[in-house]
Design a protein around this ligand. Structure first.
Ligand code: SF4
Ligand code: SF4
Length: 349
């Protein structure tokens, strides 16, 4: 079913949806932005047309509502453990193609990696549906086309927003009743971005052996420049729709320290101490080491392990957010050039 819906009808649609679903979309956090007098565009519950920011890329990904920044896993006392309740109210998330594609990476990491499915992620996962936000054109720093994540069919409905209202394509029968008596029929098929200004070649385009790529890049001098440029703030990882690292810690209650809760909280492999072990040994002491680890994970190691796509979906948020203007798309191209040169040198020996 395809409909053209005016803004006030869209608000009515959201109010109907909110009776059954938790509805999340990119929305402005007033004056929470990176620069003074700017808003932060993050995923928040929406109940009216004016709540949704569709004109720009969100600064944070839907990760913040799927795997919260801080989450209690269980409560404990001296003898018992009680698993924390997971809110399994169905979730409808407005997201762009790259972020919907990122879900397959989260699914692998939370449900398959290590052979154990994550309890709370698994309970929630079946309840999540997506409304595709059509990108009419590419935003700054996006390289989704190179990463093959510019297209998706994993949506229940798709929307093209404009100042006049929205064109909606509804695919899932479970959503049809919410549209009763709204809008007028129209022709609409969601389109996808087919070209980005930024283009990358990933290392596997010049070498089909992930271990060889690792061998060439692990001690390559290209990372040294980032020892001084990267300030290890972790902003690149917190905006990433495919980052899944977290730390675990126990909080003991002040009134009774034998009772408490175990929480997990997002962590970043770019921050000093992330890989430190008992005894104080750290595997990646320099910012360049940590950047190399992240880059290899995103465009080599994850794919070698999961066997499907690269982890990075090319949303460009790490580039958007880096205070040091470090461009991940440029790093990927530098990695591939370095592998290509090393292979050429080997061939000429
Ligand atoms: S590594 Fe950067 S471009 Fe790739 S998915 Fe993460 S934030 Fe987006
Ligand atoms: S956002 Fe930039 S400076 Fe901060 S950790 Fe990431 S690469 Fe380094």
């Amino acid at each position: 079913m395809n409909l053209k819906i005016k803004p006030d009808e869209f608000s009515e649609l959201l109010s109907r949806l909110n009776k059954v679903w938790r509805v999340y979309a990119p929305s402005a956090e007033y004056r929470g932005g990176r620069f003074s007098d700017t808003d932060n565009v993050i995923y928040q519950p929406v109940s009216a047309w004016s709540d949704i920011v569709w004109q720009e890329k969100s600064h944070m990904s839907p990760n913040t509502v799927i795997t919260p920044i801080t989450e209690t896993l269980f409560y404990f006392d001296k003898e018992t453990i009680q698993i924390a309740e997971v809110d399994t109210t169905p979730m409808l998330i407005f997201a762009r193609a790259c972020d919907i594609n990122a879900m397959s990476r989260l699914d692998y990491m939370y449900l398959q990696n290590g052979g154990n499915a994550d309890y709370s992620y698994q309970l929630l996962r079946d309840k999540i549906r997506f409304v595709l936000i059509e990108c009419e054109e590419s935003f700054d720093n996006c390289f989704c086309v190179s990463m093959g994540s510019n297209r998706t069919e994993a949506w229940s409905a798709a929307v093209r927003f404009s100042d006049e209202g929205a064109k909606v394509c509804v695919k899932a029968s479970e959503l049809l009743p919410f549209f009763a008596n709204l809008g007028e029929a129209c022709d609409y098929t969601p389109g996808f971005v087919e070209q980005n200004k930024e283009q990358v070649r990933t290392p596997d385009s010049v070498c089909d052996d992930p271990q060889k790529i690792r061998d060439i890049l692990t001690h390559h001098p290209l990372w040294q420049a980032y020892d001084s440029r990267c300030i290890s703030c972790g902003r690149c990882t917190t905006g990433c729709p495919t980052c899944t690292c977290y730390s675990l810690f126990d909080v003991a209650y002040e009134e009774n320290p034998q009772r408490g809760e175990r929480r997990r909280q997002w962590a970043s492999c770019l921050i000093p101490g992330f890989s430190d072990m008992a005894g104080g040994h750290g595997f990646r002491p320099q910012p360049g080491n940590r950047l190399r680890y992240r880059a290899l994970h995103k465009v080599n190691d994850y794919k070698a392990r999961a066997g499907t796509q690269h982890m990075c979906v090319g949303c460009g948020r790490c580039d958007d957010r880096c205070p040091q203007y470090i461009k991940f798309s440029l790093i990927i191209n530098k990695m591939t050039d370095a592998v290509e040169q090393a292979l050429a040198q080997e061939a000429n020996l």
